[in-house]
Design a protein around this ligand. Structure first.
Ligand code: NAD
Ligand code: IPM
Ligand code: MN
Length: 359
């Protein structure tokens, strides 16, 4: 039975990294006879240029009918000054997350041992790191209403957003996190700002309530400012972290650096049935776009997550992850993870090396 995989290259380094992931997917497709049918659509700035909209109707329809989606990244300076905030590349990405109800964002920060000294942190702080950030992805301050910029008395402009979660939204992401913790080391840390924000007082209450359903999982709570500090002080104290949309966005970029580079952090964004979109956690990196410097491994590892979570192809996913490890063993490094004695390679040389390692 064939499976439709939709590729959304997007902007900046997006097309460069997605074409490396495509090579890898084509290779496992042939090797394991997966029956994947790959197609592509426009999203983000590329879609604005082609159609005037960051999420064209045909792209949304293709997302809905695909079995799984792999995204590069969207955004860039070309579109940052668009006076109409609705016509920004990022709106396209947020639109897919929201339309497909991809509320469960899994961001695993795993340090490949070969990169222990590529991290900016001391080797003993990060070696053996394997944590999972579960980020709520379709609610919170990203989507809360009202929002906008208005004029108040005296002609003073004020910008405003609303940080809101209802208990059902909290419960469903809580369950994703408890289940993930149960399948790992049974330690869940819920990150909030319950000392200041009522919305996260409710968040904490619901997490406590869920604990009764998961007596085998140890639940702790931490304020987000402390969590940011603890992540760089002693990240291995964590197993699974669950948090809201914006805190999760910020903490996962910090966690990415523990793995050596933001170019190493993949993600899965899942709906309640396990259908998902997969993407690296980083952005479109306009500063290095078009130079062959981007690390494609986060995208390639996202493709592995896609095979595992949405396409039930764990063996092919394992093969990709092992191939990545083998390439790192060979000493091949894109500039972001380069260290003394290693061989610098370009984006496409890295993709080719993963394909070769699969053979
Ligand atoms: P960014 O993640 O694009 O880049 C931050 C830094 O990390 C840059 O120095 C960049 O060169 C580097 N970097 C990122 N990915 C890399 C890779 N694969 N290999 C090597 N180095 C890499 O964040 P930013 O600069 O804040 O944002 C740039 C644009 O990307 C903005 O328009 C932003 O909205 C967008 N963005 C999109 C996504 C997404 O599509 N999921 C995520 C984050 C940011
Ligand atoms: C991410 C990105 C997005 C987010 C932006 C581009 C909308 O930073 O996927 O981490 O904030 O969720
Ligand atoms: Mn982000």
């Amino acid at each position: 039975m064939s499976k439709n995989v939709l590729l959304l290259p997007g902007d900046g380094i997006g097309p460069e990294i997605v074409s490396e992931a495509r090579k890898v997917l084509e290779s496992v497709n042939a090797k394991f006879s997966l029956g994947l049918e790959l197609s592509e659509a426009h999203l983000g700035g590329a879609a604005i240029d082609a159609t005037g909209k960051p999420l064209p109707d045909e792209t949304l329809a293709a997302c809905k009918s695909a079995d799984a989606i792999l995204l590069g990244a969207v955004g860039g300076p070309k579109w940052d000054t668009n006076p109409d905030f609705a016509i920004r590349p990022e709106k396209g990405l947020l639109g897919i997350r929201s339309e497909l109800e991809l509320f469960g964002n899994l961001r695993p920060a795993i340090l490949y041992p070969q990169l222990a000294h590529a991290s900016t942190l001391k080797e003993e702080v990060v070696s053996g790191l394997d944590i999972l950030i579960v980020r709520e992805l379709t609610g919170g301050i990203y989507f809360g209403k009202p929002r906008g910029v208005r004029e108040k008395e005296g002609g003073i402009r004020e910008g405003y957003n609303t940080y809101v979660y209802d208990e059902n939204e909290i419960r469903r992401i809580g369950r994703v996190a408890f289940e993930a913790a149960r399948a790992r080391n049974k330690k869940l840390c819920s990150v909030d700002k319950a000392n200041v924000l009522e919305v996260t007082v409710l968040w904490r209450e619901i997490m406590e309530e869920l604990k009764a359903e998961y007596p085998d999982v140890e639940l702790s709570h931490m304020y987000v400012d402390n969590a940011a500090m603890q992540l760089v002080r002693a990240p291995k104290q964590f197993d699974v972290i669950v948090t809201g949309n914006m805190f999760g966005d910020i903490l996962s970029d910090a966690a990415a650096m523990l793995t050596g580079s933001i170019g190493m952090l993949p993600s899965a964004s899942l709906d309640k049935n396990g259908k998902g979109m997969y993407e690296p956690c980083h952005g479109s990196a306009p500063d290095i776009a078009g130079q062959g410097k981007a690390n494609p491994l986060a995208t390639i590892l996202s493709a592995a997550m896609m095979l595992r979570y949405s396409l039930d192809q764990g063996e092919a996913a394992d093969a990709i992850e092992q191939a990545v490890s083998k390439v790192l063993d060979q000493g091949l490094r894109t500039p972001d993870i380069l260290s003394a004695g290693m061989r610098e390679v370009s984006t496409s040389e890295m993709g080719d090396a993963v394909v070769a390692a699969l053979a």
